[in-house]
Design a protein around this ligand. Structure first.
Ligand code: SF4
Ligand code: SF4
Length: 288
């Protein structure tokens, strides 16, 4: 099989990026499939798609500025948008296969073994240079802040973008706050030593250490959706009293959980408070 030359792969990349942008992606970049050395064996691109060369990462579909501005916490919790980027990920995979004749595999958003994702989408976003990891956890894009990401593994040897050279987090405002108060906006809103989930230190304006209570955060992030459904179902099955069982199953919590499963795909129940206070992307989510 003839290998495509440089102008051909450059042209292919431009077409893939234009297709993703037309579909609503705010960012579309390419990581080298061989760069996933930080992922455990079995969870790397070539484990999912033999002869994988690249991972195309698309990002977008963040909550709207109005969602961030709403004082009703349940509004943001009920406003799932990650399904839109996943739907676009499937379309990008189809586009690559049909337009260029190379394999393209959309990484499923669910979990493989041991509750692990098939491929770490955060690692893919980092390696493609869509943003960098933050003290709060999400990969932050320099302009848009928190985005949802989808990844497409392909045998098409597109030119690689690679990781960003300058970390997005901590933002200059956070460095100033750290120097003055020994904390940052995200650490202050969810302090790990006071019942929250985040801890860490900055040294000379850079992230130095990070502490994260993932189990505690998960119970706050996935309050509805599949974990919420499992939790409520278990409680209902274990409840011997008929009236109390009815209360669980017809409660607004269980109704919202079912709503999230059936209509709004998978990102319902996000906590988001550490992102709400993050200055990265603030200009983008500030409107009149
Ligand atoms: S998502 Fe919520 S619970 Fe998790 S770290 Fe952020 S503020 Fe804390
Ligand atoms: S508020 Fe945002 S930019 Fe600042 S330290 Fe936290 S995650 Fe990083």
């Amino acid at each position: 099989m003839r290998r495509p030359d440089e102008p051909e792969v450059q042209q292919a990349k431009a077409e893939v990026q234009a297709f993703a942008r037309q579909g609503g992606a705010l960012v579309c970049r390419v990581a080298d499939a061989e760069a996933f050395t930080a992922a455990p064996e079995g969870f790397r691109p070539a484990d999912l798609l033999p002869r994988a060369k690249r991972v195309v990462v698309i990002g977008g579909a963040p909550p709207r500025a109005g969602d961030w501005a709403s004082p009703v916490v349940a509004q943001l919790e009920s406003m799932g948008t990650s399904d839109r980027i996943n739907a676009l990920g499937l379309k990008v995979a189809k586009f690559i296969e049909e337009r260029f004749g190379y394999y393209a595999l959309f990484v499923p958003p669910g979990v493989n073994k041991g509750n692990r994702p098939f491929l770490s989408i955060a690692l893919a976003a980092e390696l493609a240079g869509c943003g960098t990891r933050s003290l709060a956890g999400p990969v932050l894009h320099p302009e848009y802040g928190m985005l949802f990401y989808a990844a497409i593994i392909t045998t098409l040897p597109l030119p690689v973008d690679g990781p960003l050279s300058t970390p997005v987090c901590p933002a200059p405002e956070c460095v100033r706050m750290w120097d003055a108060e020994g904390t940052t906006p995200c650490l202050r809103v969810c302090p790990i030593d006071e019942g929250g989930c985040l801890g860490g230190t900055l040294v000379e304006g850079r992230l130095h250490t990070r502490r994260y209570d993932s189990a505690r955060c998960t119970t706050r992030v996935y309050t509805y959706w599949i974990p919420g459904f499992q939790k409520a179902l278990e409680a209902a099955l274990n409840e011997p009293d008929k009236e109390r069982r009815k209360m669980i199953l017809y409660s607004s919590f269980f109704t919202r959980t079912l709503w999230s499963l059936t209509y709004a795909a998978q990102s319902q129940g996000q906590c988001y408070e550490c992102m709400r206070v993050c200055p990265v992307g603030l200009a983008y989510r500030t409107k009149k």
